[in-house]
Design a protein around this ligand. Sequence first.
Ligand SMILES: Nc1ncnc2c1ncn2[C@@H]1O[C@H](COP(=O)(O)OP(=O)(O)OP(=O)(O)O)[C@@H](O)[C@H]1O
Length: 783
Amino acid sequence: MSVPEQEWQWEQRRVDDVVGQIRRRAAELEAQIGDVRADVVELRRNFWDEVTINLSSLDDLVETHFSIRQQAEVLADRERMHQQGARELKTLRKLADSPYFGRIDFQENGSPRPESIYIGIASFKADDDTFLIYDWRAPIASLYYDHTPGPVSYEAPAGTMEGTMSLKRQFVIHDGTIRLMFDASVTIGDELLMEVLSRHADVHMRNIVATIQKEQNRIIRHDRGRLLVVQGAAGSGKTSAALQRVAYLLYKYRKTLTADEMLLFSPNPLFSSYVSTVLPELGEENMRQATFHEYLVHRLGRLFEVENPFDQLEYVLTQSGAPEHAVRLAAIRYKGSTAFLRLIRAYQEFLLLQGMQFRPVRLEDRVIVSAEEIKRQFYQPGAPRRMPERLEWLRDWLLKQVSAFAEREWQAEWVEREVEALDPADYRKAYQQMRQSPFAGDADDYDRQREILARMVLRRYLRPVRARIKRFQFVNPTALYRRLFQDPSFAKRLAGADGLPAEWPEICELTLKYLDQRTLPYEDATPYLYLKELVQGVHMNTTVRHVLVDEAQDYSPFQLEFLKRLFPRARMTLLGDLNQTISPYGGALGNQEDLLQLYGPQETDVIRLTRSYRSTREIVEFTRGMVPGGEAIVPFERTGDRPQVVQARDRTSLHRGIVEAVEHLKRCGCQSIAIICKTAAESREAHEALGPGLGATLVDAFTPEFAPGILILPSYLAKGVEFDGVVVYDASEDAYHTEGDRYLLYTVCTRAMHHLWIGCLGTPSRFILDQPDTTYRLRQAGE
Ligand SMILES: Nc1ncnc2c1ncn2[C@@H]1O[C@H](COP(=O)(O)OP(=O)(O)OP(=O)(O)O)[C@@H](O)[C@H]1O
């Protein structure tokens, strides 16, 4: 609903006034920051002049230490002030450009008149402390997202606030000038949303705070239980909601939660860069980001070449003719299941009784404790019952054996030789130590000094040995993991009622082959790490308090269990769409039972999003027909061209058709165009043929960030991102016919915001031809 001219002028005057106050505050802050910056420079320059350095005695050393520490603290404090000031200034500058995007007039029950609440990306108070702008995360701002004018309520720290909302107004303000203004009668007026969604795709994701929808607001402000599962259609705003959720939590718990206590697992490094600007745009620091593969490499990269999930997928998609293909697929499915997790737990129980494999404790090539001796000790009748305690007990025993070895060894000839080769400084140290003895000065001084030096040598030699023991490196997890596959009948007993896949003997053979090459297939990496932790001690991250997993449908149930254990103090948000499952695991989100069991039903909430915002109505109607249950996906009322399906007889005419399509999309105003292929191999071929002519960039798993313009990329790297126009390189029946292909094709097509063009080398895929929506245009290339 448009706003009368007079109102418009009144609102512009208010904007002018508020922007004036913001600019004044920014100028003051800038001057203050200038002073702090000068302090920091001064402190850095004169750092060493301000500390007293004296290393002559122990007391002087201690004093020097404290003097340096004190000076470093002063510097760190000023630096912190500077950083905080700079951040505040950045926010003020943003507010000066666009101070707010919403206004609600709310009269609380019992209060004499309504109050106008203006909502922006951060709060701003006048000099008299009245709020000129409320932060979008303040409790009262919920009214803006959740309600239409009428009787309303919201949750505040003091309880439920009830009253009446008489006005809800939306603004688009740039450069301190109101560009658009609507009075909304429905929940967040569709007019503003329409305007926002009609824009071009960006190389970075944008924040959505001005137009958060009611159901998304539930995700953002959800604050109970250990696990929130968000299942939403393609383009329904899962990632957007997740990022605004991070900003919300940082605001709500600003005294106790920091950005580096929040971690987002993203599907690939490209995606990480795509979403990296949302939080800074909102004046917050970025949370930590990683891919699950990066974590696996961090933990196992020294032991193995850990396969990338994209190479795994590339194998699955391109090697279907290979003799091992079916076995590998079965392995991937089984090794991602909770049945395999249970088998590994059963294996741990078994290992408490027999079968542990140890590495001898050595000092260079001398065995201090043999693997056999360690094993004997481990299975001693008096050993503790549970694995962690038993390992700790064994560790302590081994450390004692090392001490006994040192005791036996200090007079050995080789130690004697090493003593001769020691530095004069070591001799001085030994001399000083000896002088401190109450018996110093007697005839035994020489022997005593030799003994001190010999023990010094041994301590140095044995330090790495002790460190390895403390890290439980006397256990051999690789040998233990191998053991599971060495005799196919061995795992049968452990699997019990769960059973094993029919292909188990072949899976065993294949796994051993990879392990022999020191390669860890992606499907083995998490189970291997899990077993390693069961027998070498668990790594836990207790600093992370919130873990968000995007594209969670591509995680196996095993991996989710692993994450739960890895972050015992964290609350988890899983965001996913079953219809976009591209991983061959079968998708952890598909099994409600497993999901509810993860933290228990009491601790789990599931929120579903069915409205799709990314694509035009025509594209949503077309793509939803590809997937079962797609009719539940509701398109947003933004219309555009019908998707085009173009059938080509040969590759030359396919390429000609693609070039024409790209030219057409450019004429339509598309700034970002993606030619999406099924695999990396196909992308390379397409790039060779089309890249130079179109000026297109090839994107692969190592591309650090998206460039604007025309890109050629494999399906799985398009996950989570969007483009003005999408050209599907070849969606023929030959290319997409399995159930897995169905979801891949859906994922690819749903990347399009405004235009979708689909090329087919031969007959179009069944997922195009068999779908109920027939409004798309099907034609022959060249027509
Ligand atoms: N409330 C909203 N206001 C404005 N834009 C929105 C809103 N919700 C979603 N969008 C836009 O819709 C597009 C899709 O959002 P997003 O990528 O968060 O969806 P998604 O569910 O994670 O998608 P997918 O699963 O397909 O990757 C983005 O351009 C986002 O800015």
